[in-house]
Design a protein around this ligand. Sequence first.
Ligand code: ADP
Length: 477
Amino acid sequence: MTIYQNLIAGEWTGADAVENINPSDTKEVVGLYASGSAADTRNAIAAAKAAFPAWSHSGIWERHVILKKAGDEIMARKDELGALLAREEGKTLPEAIGETIRASQIFEFFAGEALRLAGEVVPSVRPNIGVEITREPLGVIGIITPWNFPIAIPAWKIAPALCYGNTIVFKPAELVPGCSWAIVDILNRAGLPKGVLNLVMGKGSIVGQTMLDSPDLAGITFTGSVGTGKRVAVSSIEHNRKIQLEMGGKNPMVILDDADLSVAVEAAANSAFFSTGQRCTASSRLIVTEGIHDRFVAAMTEKLKTLNVDHALKTGTHIGPVVDERQLKTDTDYIEIGKNEGAKLAFGGELIARDTPGFYLQPTLFTEATNQMRISREEIFGPVASVIRVKDYEEALAVANDTPFGLSSGIATTSLKHATHFKRNAEAGMVMVNLPTAGVDFHVPFGGRKGSSYGSREQGKYAAEFFTTVKTAYTLA
Ligand code: ADP
C-alpha cells in the first residue's frame, strides 16, 4: 500500500505510517498515512517561517486564484471526497458530501475575501497628519484540528490563514488524516509556493506538543477537547502567541408548550443524533416544559424508531457508527452513568450488530434527567441525549444557561415574545429558533462563550480578527 506522506517545505516525505481504519467496517483500511516526528514538525515550522516573508507580501490576485482553484476542485470531486470522509469518519454519505461542499464554499468565500482586503484612513487629532489603519498577516499559524469534521474544519482554518497572507503548519487528527491530505494536495497543486502550507500528520503528544513548544508560531487555531485546549492556552501565554480555541459544548434545546410538535421533534432529533451526535454544536440537553413533555417524549421515541443506524455508505442510513472504540466506550460508560444517576432510559442504549464489524450504537434517549446529573453537565460526544422536565419558560432559560459551556442554544416555540427574549438571553455564541442547534452557514461567524471558546470568532469576515494583526501608521503631510 502506498503511504500518503507529510508535506514539508514543498516535499512529500515520511516512511513511518499508521492505518486509517473505517469505523463502519473495521476490516477496511482506508489508507496508510505518515506519522510525523518532532524533527519533522520542527522542519515544517522552519519551512513556514522561511516562506513567510514572500507569501506575506504576495499579491491578492495570486491568493485569490489559488483559493478559487482549490474550492473548484473540491466541488468537482465532492462525491469522491465525500465518500473518503464517510469511510474515515463514519458520518453518512449525504452528510459527508454536504460537509465537502461546505469546504469548497469556504475556499470560494475566502478567495473573494482576498480581493476585498481593505483598511481605514482617518484624520489625526493633530493637524496635517494622516492616519492609516491596515491589517497585516500574523505570521506562521499552527492549525490543530479534531476528527469530527475532517474536511470542513481544516478548510475553515486553512482558507482564511492563506487568504490573509499567513504560512501554516497543519496537524490534523490522527483518526482522519485522509481528507486533510487531500486538501493539502489540492492546494499544493493549485500553485502554493513551497513551505507556505506544511502538513504534519501524527500524534498530538508528539507533533501537536512540538507545535505548542515552538516560539516560532505567531498563532495557534485549535478545535478539540477542553483539556488539550487548556494546554494550547497555557503554552501560548509563555510564547506571547495569539490563540483561537473551539472546545466542548453541552448545548441546550428548549421545547416550550406552544411549540409546533413536529418542528420540535425534527430539530431535536437532528440536534441530538445526526452525525452520530459527534458535533460540538449537537444538543444533548432537551429542556421541555411540562405541558408538552409527554407528547414530545412519545413523538421523539416514535421518531427514533425510524432512524437506521448502519454503514455510512449504505443508502438509507440515517446515523453512521461511532468514530472509534475509545469514543464508543465513552458513550457506553455515560449510558451506565445515566442509569446509575437515576435517569430513565426511554430509548436505545444498546450496541447493534450490522453486516460489517463497526462501532454501532443505538440513538439513546434518557428522560427524567436533572440538570445536575453528570450526563447533563459533561460533554459525551455521542448519540446520547436527555430530556429535562421544567415548569415554564423562565425555568427553561435558567436550566439552559446553567452549564459551563456556551456554544449553541436552541428553542422551539411559536411565541415571538419567548423567541426574542431567548435570542437575547441565551448565554451562547449561536442561537437557533425552531432549528437544530447544529448546522451553520459558512459565511457568518462561528464560536461560543464561557468554557466552549476562547479568542475571536471563526468564519466569515470575522475570521480576519484572528488571522491578521492591526497596524496604525501616521504620516506628516
Ligand atoms: P479528542 O479527544 O476529541 O480527540 P483532542 O483535544 O485530544 O480531542 O484532539 C484534538 C486535536 O488535538 C488532535 O489533532 C490531537 O492530535 C491534538 N492533540 C492532542 N494532544 C495534544 C497536545 N498535547 N498538544 C497539541 N495537540 C494535541
